[in-house]
Design a protein around this ligand. Sequence first.
Ligand code: NA7
Length: 559
Amino acid sequence: MGATPEVRPTVPGDQPGTDRDPDVIVIGAGVAGLYQLHRLRGLGLQARVYEAGSDVGGTWYWNRYPGARFDSESWSYGYSFSEELLREWEWPEHFAAQPDTLRYLNFVADKFDLRRDIRFRSRVVAAHFDDAADRWTITLEDGRQDRARLLITALGPLSAHTLPEIPGRDTFRGQAFHTARWPREGVALAGLRVGIIGTGATAIQCIQTIAREVGSLTVFQRTPNWAAPLHNRRITAEEQARIKASYPEIFERCRQTSTCFIHQTDPRRALDLSPQEREAFWEKLYAEPGFGIWVGNFADVLTDRTANALASEFMARKIRERVKDPAVADRLIPKTHGFGTRRLPLESGYFEVYNQPNVRLVDINETPIERITPEGLRTSAEAFAFDVLIYATGFDGVTGPYDRIDIRGPGGRRLRDDWKGMPRTFLGMLVDGFPNLLMVLGPHTARGNIPRNIEEIVDWVTDLVAFMQAHGQRRVETRPAEVDRWVSEVEKAVEGQLFSEVNSWQTGVNRNVEGRQVRRVLGYYGGAVAYRRRIGDVAASGYRALLFDAGGARGTMSG
Ligand code: NA7
């Protein structure tokens, strides 16, 4: 990325350098950006949101691939901040499909009249801090710029999609799509020869959905994943009434669990129980909807190798029961990571797909893909011809969206350089050397049921901004010592958790991205309850951990 081009006018009516600069710029109009905008308005501030897409929705705007849906219970996923919204909105299914979630986010945008402060089709490529003026200047892809005192990033942890580095990718003559760039109008797949690369959560949803309509489906698998049944169904009228009446309890329940899902870890240890007791519990979890089998399992399943191996054996048996051809079943059973040590995909008939005569599984460890060809692709063993190629190859998780923006603090210090290895943050929201930059769901925040995490972080960020307003502060930053302390807390929290020994986007590994082959700690895994307490303590102390500057004659936050 070169130097910032000369300041050019922004969108019509907004002249930079005038008193029409917004107080705050927010990047992203997904679940986080929408709520952040709403809260900033509540402070009487002028916020402007820049969004790369042509409409609201973030993840739910981009990921329109067939079968995209929640693995969180819908009624635990929506925003909790407005009772009126909770009364008015009805989720049609326990685990809503992408079109319903996008409809929901549009409903929210309309209800709170959010669009008037969002600039669509506006991808931010650079954000530079002017140390003398205490302002951020952002630059869009087309060179337009805008300035504001505060910059809030609501980029989403999974917005930087990645294509596989396979030779010949551009030579394919059929249609090719990454699942995160699925066309709005959909793709007619009926009767076609389709190839799909990847077997993560996205691919699993896509494969089980399209397998029934395509002519043939060839799945290219590098690493099989454990997957458990979603058990989705429609919400009955009776259930709808019950859900609406119990929202306070639902959200309170989410506040008590370490992942903000309704599922709570079972305090018992698998190894303390008899095989019969263990099995009975696992059978029960396998038959229940949602993530219970992952985050509501025995306390030692994700931390003790023996307990994890037993749970893996149980899951492997399920795969063998569901897939008729033992050789195919064996290929679908993960060998390099234990159950639950990667984000667990939930499925609806995924394994049975491999019993269909039109579906074939190709293990690309046995026969690697050599190149994409005009007709399809070639492995070391054979050539395949396709009408459509689907890349379900994932994302440069968590830090990828930050790496793709040229973010520079005072003195031209680049965030990308600071985060070459392990990212440095304070509470996952501030970065030393980058004043007035606040991140929503950046690295090192608690993870799980994302809107629950988002609401807490947005509320914290909004309280901080209100504090600055109230005290006439125009600049806030964190100290390197606080960042060091938080990073060591983050590293400590992950100790003993088996997932931290496994490559996945959650541990910062993406083999398609240079420099991202090494595992990093990208989240705070000490649990949402501990995280909430920690960030609450910082606020309650009057933000003593942070440095403020009122800037003397230079004006205040909104001046
Ligand atoms: P994931 O979970 O990162 O899955 C990506 C898949 O693509 C995974 O199976 C990868 O295999 C595979 N992949 C990536 N690059 C290649 C190449 N070059 N060759 C072959 N296969 C490749 O992304 P998803 O979109 O499924 O899910 C991301 C999150 O979205 C998910 O966790 C939910 O939270 C929602 P690998 O495992 O790297 O061997």
